[in-house]
Design a protein. Sequence first.
Length: 294
Amino acid sequence: MTSPLLRKPRTTAPWKRAARAASLALLLAATTVPALAQNPAKSPSGGKTVYFQKPADGTLPVAGGGTEVAAWATQPPLPGGAGQPKAPVPPDLGIDIKKATQLPTRDKIFSIPDDATLEQVILSRLREDERAAGRAPYLKYGPDLRPPDSPASAAAWLRGYLQYGLPVQFPPLPDVSGGIAYKPKTGSYTPMQEYYDALYVVHRRLHFEERNAERYGWDLGIIQPFVSTMYFYKDVLLWPNSLASGCAYGFWDTNAGKCLPGSPTPYFLYPPGLTVTGGAVEGAVITGAAFIIP
């Protein structure tokens, strides 16, 4: 008989322990969330969180007691309630905001004037600003550097010259060359030669060539041997013409104007290529052969 002290102690099943742990976790979560919802100002880290809401009437508390109206409360709201408007431009700037932010025309943006024209444009703009401000436009900047073309403008220019003196001149540009004339670096290079390779092949004259079958790959089936034989006899008959033409114009030919080998081209009937020299020699050979061969 086994003693009760030596018996194996009773253990709990693993799935029961997992179920108890899950139940405990759900119980703690259910009791913690309502507590945080009732006291939102207290952060979990132990610090303090300050919540501020903008008052609807625009009054703010002032130290020492009392209230004051905020600046944003005096401005009218934007249509649709899209936030507060931007701060207005101070009226004491003395410039026209619309005119200063308006882009010029395309011909003025993309043009590159010379120095004299640019100086005239700057002076004209400054005189316009003086005239817009109610001051004499030529009192501060003087007349133009050169008189205008029209008689009325020339009279006004002469009046301004006699009244305000010499025109305003821009300071002279510094001489950055040091008195040395500009000389491009490539001007001292030795002349060079350039060779151009033409995109064609020069070869000797082909006296016996069936261009449709041999160059472009035409195949007429069972009649192709007969057609090739007829082409060969034709080339033999015109061989004197081809030789004489080579003596007159050169024993060479090119592939200029021809399609590449194997190109899908139509079946052309090419001319025999008779020339005056070749035709004369061809006639003499045929006539001589008629006398020689009975």
